[in-house]
Design a protein around this ligand. Structure first.
Ligand code: DAH
Length: 340
């Protein structure tokens, strides 16, 4: 029995030394020292020994058990250390590698143009104000001299929310809001979204942007309007860009004009963008109709004023030579990131 014990001790010691992983070690322990293990089996054989040999043999079994346990612990510590080192090596991060690229955002070309428009007018002493997109019929039409059943209501295919509430079809209602709540002198601009039931095509969209302008004071004339828009054109597009006033009609201005700018693409020579005319229409304007002044509570004998409403998309297309409104709405990054 002693021989068997020594043989077992040597064999298990060797197995422990050769164990490659913590999991193997556990198998070895169970097989050698477990309840149903080899040592337990040997111990059972002790009953057949003569009584005087039993203490000595018992001592030997305990020694073997203690020696194997010590060795198992030692090897377990070694393996744990090794496994940890291997795990750390596998998880190593090379902090010198370049990180994933994050591209910087950029402003939408229409917003770049709009910011410039606002800047130019703020530079001339205008205040920027905002009005609601869901608007009372009263401000969008009534106070602007467009009574119910007036044919001008058909010219702008308006989205109705309720009988007397619309999605504003123009930024002009902000004029009415300002005139009914402030005293002259008034000098404001108001950019924002407007809505019309139009089919989307190269030059139309059911949602687009306008920037309204309004100046009311004593002795304001059409000359002030023209000088202001000339200066705007010069700052927006540079020297050599001119304005052209064409007589027109708006219910809230008298006289009224549609204003063209020299086509920035061909400098007036005529090209596809301006359909060969050398001009591009960008805004409506005029002297505020005295009826509108009176309806809004401003003395039309003392005060006069001008107003204008610009198409922001138009101004941006012209600024960047963009041939089709759709480029502004499709959000194709290959297009948008050209404008930073
Ligand atoms: N609201 C007009 C439109 O949407 C543009 C306009 C014309 C605005 C004349 C004005 C103005 O302020 O005086 O077509």
């Amino acid at each position: 029995m002693e021989k068997m014990l020594r043989e077992m001790r040597e064999r298990v010691m060797q197995n422990i030394k050769e164990a490659r992983a913590t999991a193997n070690l556990e198998q070895i322990r169970v097989a050698a020292l477990g309840k149903k293990g080899e040592l337990t089996a040997l111990l059972r054989g002790m009953g057949k020994l003569p009584p005087e040999e039993r203490p000595k043999m018992g001592q030997l079994v305990n020694d073997v058990r203690a020696a194997l346990e010590t060795e198992l612990e030692k090897r377990a510590a070694e393996l744990a250390e090794k496994e940890k080192a291997a795990r750390l090596a596998a998880e190593t991060i090379d902090v010198t590698l370049p990180g994933p690229e994050r591209s910087a955002g950029s402003l939408h070309p229409m917003n770049i143009a709009l910011r410039k428009m606002v800047d130019i007018f703020v530079g001339m002493g205008y205040e920027e104000v905002v009005g609601p997109e869901v608007e009372y019929d009263h401000y969008n039409f009534e106070l602007l001299n467009v009574p119910k059943n007036h044919p001008a209501r058909d010219a702008q295919d308006t989205f109705y929310v309720e009988d007397n509430i619309v999605l504003r079809s123009q930024t002009s209602p902000v004029q009415a809001r300002i005139m009914t709540t402030r005293k002259p002198p008034i000098r404001i601009i108001s950019p924002g979204r407007v809505y019309r039931a139009d089919e989307a095509d190269a030059t139309h969209s059911p949602v687009f942007h306008q920037m309204e302008g309004l100046v009311i004071d004593e002795n304001i004339t059409m000359g002030d309007l023209k000088g202001t828009l000339d200066e705007f054109a010069r700052q927006m597009y540079g020297e050599g860009i001119q304005t052209r006033f064409r007589p027109s009609f708006f219910p809230f201005t008298e006289p009224s004009a549609e204003v063209d700018l020299t086509c920035a693409n061909c400098k007036g020579a005529g090209c596809r963008m301006c359909k060969g005319t050398g001009w591009i229409e960008v805004l409506g304007a005029g002297m505020v109709n005295p009826r509108v002044l009176e309806m809004c509570g401003i003395d039309s004998h003392k005060y006069s004023g001008f107003a204008f409403g610009m198409g922001v998309e138009r101004i941006a297309l012209l600024k960047y030579n963009i041939p089709n409104l759709r480029y502004l709405y499709e959000n194709d990054l290959r297009f948008l990131t050209q404008y930073r």
